[in-house]
Design a protein around this ligand. Structure first.
Ligand code: AP5
Ligand code: MG
Length: 217
């Protein structure tokens, strides 16, 4: 099978990270999640991490320039050429979408599909309220939908599970507003280019996965 090149777009808590992990596990594609990379930089206390955190903790977008540079560095790699990619959380603005088009043209790569994961607002709020994540391996859980085998501990690496700082209700509200304002136009950008597939994300993770991959694997 030739490597696939996919973008996942959707509001906070819709299940982008969950699907990106399934795609990586089953198809061997390289997941590049801008949110995960920022959180790794924050954890490592780098200058980029400190700068990014000042936006993330308020639910705002990290400025385009540094986000594009960070993602371009990772996309221009031999590993991405070999394994293909799933972009989770990038592009999130029209500036970022333009930059990605330019970069892919330079690399002579094409997107196979852009997936817009869509659910009602109350579903994402409930998903975020119950989310728990492993700070070491990144595995994503949910208190009701996907509880870990032992309470509060990662099934894969035994590390304590934590809630994300930006999952506080007031920050979630701001992230949802920012999504509507900045990222909804990106969905239309790809629709106009005939690349978009809208998927009802109010289904089980397996059903969502089947819709994402239908016709391309
Ligand atoms: P980021 O980390 O990308 O956060 P997000 O887009 O808000 O999305 P989430 O990670 O919260 O949700 P998700 O869709 O991945 O859902 P998940 O799979 O975890 O970004 C964080 C911040 O970084 C941004 O606010 C911004 O500040 C900054 N940033 C990142 N990218 C940027 C960019 N490009 N430009 C500028 N700034 C940027 O699932 C959620 C929960 O639901 C889990 O508990 C899961 O178990 C459960 N679940 C998943 N699927 C299902 C299902 N089908 N049924 C039931 N439960 C489910
Ligand atoms: Mg995520």
């Amino acid at each position: 099978m030739s490597p696939i090149h996919l973008v996942l777009i959707g509001p906070p808590g819709v299940g982008k990270g969950t699907q990106a992990a399934l795609l990586e596990e089953r198809l061997g594609t390289r997941t590049l999640s801008s949110g995960v990379i920022f959180r790794q930089e924050i954890e490592a206390e780098t200058d980029l991490g400190r700068l990014a955190n000042s936006y993330i903790k308020r639910g705002e977008l990290v400025p385009n320039g540094i986000t594009i540079e960070m993602m371009a560095k990772r996309l221009r790699s031999d590993e991405v050429r070999r394994r293909g990619f799933v972009l989770d959380g990038f592009p999130r603005t029209l500036r970022q979408a333009d930059a990605l088009q330019e970069l892919l043209a330079e690399m002579e790569l094409h997107l196979d599909r852009v997936v817009s994961l869509e659910v009602d607002l109350e579903v994402v709020v409930a998903r975020l309220a119950g989310r728990l994540g492993c700070t070491k391996c990144g595995e994503i859980y949910h208190a009701a939908n996907k509880p870990p085998g032992r309470e509060g501990l990662c099934d894969k690496c035994d590390t304590p599970l934590l809630m994300r700082e930006d999952d506080r209700p007031e920050t979630v509200r701001e992230r949802l507003r920012v999504f509507k304002e900045n990222t909804q136009p990106v969905v239309e950008f790809y629709e106009a280019r005939g690349l978009l597939r809208r998927i009802d994300a109010n289904q089980t993770p397996e059903a969502v996965y089947a819709s994402i991959t239908e016709g391309i694997v």
